[in-house]
Design a protein around this ligand. Structure first.
Ligand code: 5GP
Length: 184
């Protein structure tokens, strides 16, 4: 039996640096593939359709839920986010290690549904630093920042359920640690 972990979840609170870490890890191995999620939130200024997300209106997203087209989905800070099932299955069959960069409720769904899952929880050095990073990113409204920070307490409290924990203090070290975990 193949015990290779070919579905990799990277989770952690908003602002911890998941996106940056994943982007760099992907550059290190062309057999890693990042799943593109669907979301109902509006695109940020530099985000591109089909690259960062598939940006959908709520009714379309709900139709996809009804048709069971998501591997997992969750509501986060007032919007839906979900992983399209078909492309993930296809890439796994093609021999890729598929990376999901998702929030914690979706991560729990995937862990309970799928075998061969490896999960990594990225932690901030501390909660003050997390707030500083979200604010420095300057992509969210004040209300969204507050909602994301509020949720981060619950997320960090639930982090013990995940396979690996990496504190994102020094970015280069975090990238290397996450890469090593996935590779091995
Ligand atoms: P953001 O709005 O900052 O892009 O994402 C908000 C949160 O949703 C982040 O924690 C991000 O990892 C998570 N997220 C992105 N895509 C998905 C997805 O497909 N499913 C779930 N459950 N969470 C997602």
């Amino acid at each position: 039996m193949n015990n290779q972990k070919n579905l990799i979840i990277i989770t952690g609170p908003s602002g911890v640096g998941k996106g940056t870490v994943v982007k760099e890890v992907l550059k290190k191995n062309n057999k890693f593939w990042l799943s593109v999620s669907a979301t109902t939130r509006d695109p940020r200024q530099d985000e591109k359709e089909g690259e960062n997300y598939f940006f959908l209106k709520k009714p379309k997203f709900e139709e996809m839920i009804d048709k069971q087209l998501f591997l997992e989905w969750a509501e986060f800070a007032g919007n839906y986010y979900g992983t399209p099932k078909e492309s993930v299955n296809k890439k796994i069959k093609q021999g890729y290690k598929v990376i999901l960069e998702i929030e914690i409720e979706g991560a729990k769904q995937v862990r309970s549904k799928m075998k061969n899952v490896l999960s990594i929880f990225l932690l901030p050095p501390n909660k003050k630093e997390l707030e500083r990073r979200i604010r420095e990113r300057a992509t969210e409204s004040e209300s969204s920042i507050i909602e994301r920070l509020k949720r981060s307490h619950y997320e960090i409290d639930s982090s013990k359920d995940f396979d690996f924990h990496v504190v994102n203090n020094d970015l280069q070290k975090t990238i290397q640690d996450v890469f090593d975990i996935i590779k091995n």
